[in-house]
Design a binder for this molecule. Structure first.
Ligand code: NAP
Length: 252
């Protein structure tokens, strides 16, 4: 039986763990060959080996810092060298900065923007030539509930996620005629290494009960459906959409 993404190739930044890793698994489940990137070479190589053994599609790990333009160009070249094409790009690499605005340093603010927003922008720019030559591409950015609603003590992070929503819409228009769709997924609360420590606090449980109609955080497999939809050739008429996967958080 053929799977929908058989023969296709996907780069997933932040693919070594958490939501990025889940998104890589979602694509491998549909037959895509995957390139998993993060700054830690050992971790992304090990994560790729897990994907390959669990789903049977070839997967490689590649170290890259998405905030660095040389790294993003090199990552694209490595994917083409490994598999000959790139159909799908998932920009899931991200970092969190917590703290009140007066306690957040300018360096933390700049780093958060460099990874979350500039990193997504750079990856899109680096992959442009390959996708435009093929006249086909599926780009999936990772926004957040915080693209739509405020949470205190996260001004830097929330600002990057507002920016990712705007990047998604602007680039969707820019590349509409090129056969490349640009969309985003806006996750709610998923217990990944990014939020692991915070998830044990009473404030986290209270926030989930107060904000999430389903009354729980998401299971990683619950992001698969949105990723598979936006990566599919069948989503050719979906442009600039931001799909919430948040248990109803922004709907209530
Ligand atoms: P995570 O578990 O901390 O994973 C983050 C991933 O990004 C790791 O693979 C990490 O690997 C990689 N990364 C960080 N900085 C990088 C850089 N400069 N270059 C390349 N890779 C880098 O976080 P997560 O919760 O899965 O988050 C994934 C995405 O979902 C992020 O964009 C996050 O903002 C978003 N999100 C998460 C939630 C949630 O509840 N978890 C909610 C909404 C949105 P290295 O550190 O080894 O580089």
């Amino acid at each position: 039986m053929t799977a929908e993404l058989d023969g296709q190739v996907a780069i997933i930044t932040g693919g070594s763990r958490g939501l990025g890793h889940a998104m890589a698994r979602a694509l491998a489940q549909q037959g895509a060959r995957t390139v998993l990137a993060s700054r830690n070479s050992n971790e992304c190589v090990a994560a790729a080996a897990r994907v390959q053994s669990d789903f049977g599609s070839p997967s490689v790990g590649a170290a890259a810092d998405v905030s660095n333009p040389q790294d993003t160009d090199l990552l694209v070249r490595r994917a083409v060298d490994a598999f000959g094409r790139i159909d799908i790009l998932v920009n899931a690499a991200g970092i969190m900065v917590r703290g009140g605005i007066e306690e957040t340093s300018v360096e933390e603010f700049d780093r958060c923007f460099a990874v979350n927003l500039r990193g997504s922008w750079l990856m899109c720019r680096s992959v442009a030539a390959v996708m435009k030559a093929a006249r086909y591409g599926r780009i999936i950015n990772v926004a957040s509930v915080q693209s739509f609603v405020g949470l205190t003590h996260r001004t830097a992070y929330a600002s990057t996620k507002g920016g990712i929503a705007s990047l998604t819409r602007a680039l969707a228009l820019e590349w509409a005629a090129a056969g490349i769709t640009v969309n985003a997924i806006a996750p709610g609360a998923f217990v990944t290494p990014m939020v692991e420590r915070a998830s044990h606090t009473p404030e986290f449980s209270e926030m989930i009960q107060r904000e999430v109609p389903l009354g729980r955080s998401g299971r990683l497999e619950e992001v698969y459906g949105a990723v598979q939809l936006l990566a599919s050739p069948r989503s050719s008429y979906i442009l600039g959409a931001i799909i919430s996967v948040d248990g109803g958080w922004v709907a209530h």
